[in-house]
Design a binder for this molecule. Sequence first.
Ligand code: ACO
Length: 402
Amino acid sequence: AVDISSLYRDAGFFTYDPGFMATASCHSAITFIDGEKGVLLYRGYPIEQLATKASFLEVAYLLFYGNLPDEKELDDFEGVIMQHTMLNENLKSFLDGFRYDAHPMAVLCGVVGSLSAFYHDSINVHDPHYREVSAHRLIAKIPTIAAATYKHNVGEPIMYPRNDLRYCANFLYMMFATPCADYEPRLIAEKALNLLFILHADHEQNASTSTVRLAGSSGANPFACIAAGVASLWGPAHGGANEAVLDMLAEIGSVANVAKFIDKAKDKDDPFRLMGFGHRVYKNYDPRAMIIREVCHQVLEELADVKNPLFDLALELERIALEDEYFVERKLYPNVDFYSGIIYQALGIPRNMFTVMFALARTVGWVSHWAEMMSEPSMRIGRPRQIYHGPQVRDYVPISKR
Ligand code: ACO
């Protein structure tokens, strides 16, 4: 019989790195992270500057094309994006086919994947022009789809996009207007959304972006690849954390219970983790969490007009955790999702939509990485190996003799 372990010896040298703790899967010029120092740069620009000074579409342009646009370039880009915001009418019947209470992420995943059935030119993945058109379509249509998943969930008619509004204002309009009640987005709501979208736009080779790259490396069309990214983002260890944070804060209920939940998170026999805490790369304060934390006060005061008990609870949880030896030793700090859900809630966005909001923003990063990878002459299909630890070679036994 063949000794399987000898096959590995003959196949040469493999690295074994579960969770890709120390493996770079690609070269990229898009985003830089220094997890020890808490630094995040998009195309070289510090996230703190972009978050406070740029618009989301300006950042989308930067991530996709590599440089900040001048006024005309931004104007043209906004025009192109807003021109692509409509969905094919047939998608409405596809949406209607989902159960009324389907999770919006399930619907988003299906509808995004289905776009490849409408745009046949998207299979031209080796042509830069079609890659650009596909990226424009995805950035333009994802807010329309996201708002439609919400409308489906609450049983209201889908609202068509308003291309006279800015990107974030249009999204809020599609979410909250109805055919019988118009909706004027408040400037503070638009600004808050713009900020959150910028902070979520890209984060180098996270699980969902790596999924998009791996799917795309086979030459799959971009809509299928982004649907794969949506699916990966949904998990509670990744984008699903923003929904899980609010569930956790609701479960904790009051400041008096914080210590009990901190103990639960430290107990290795208990699967409970402090959601919104810890990060694979940041072993320091997540700079995005720092930015959101700072604007949270202002946004909540202006939007909710009342003191937000969840924010106070979050601050207390953070204070106690950051003084606790367990969290200090393991360098577990709040991540971007610790605060984002609190702002989304103040904007009137329901909890089951939080990860959809993340996907909407991250689409910009996903298409940028996909296009960057597809433009590389040396691009190869991604094909990791494994260390096999199953049975040695054995002979088939007829079922009557097993
Ligand atoms: N609560 C309690 N303990 C934690 C937490 C937490 N949130 N996060 C990590 N730990 C502990 C682990 O139990 C482990 O302890 P040990 O060394 O005693 O075994 C140690 O810290 C290291 O944790 P790992 O799981 O090995 O770290 P990893 O890099 O694999 O995981 C992750 C990172 C998934 C983000 C993790 O910290 C986590 O589950 N956090 C909660 C979920 C979350 O907020 N996810 C959002 C991430 S950000 C984003 O996707 C935008």
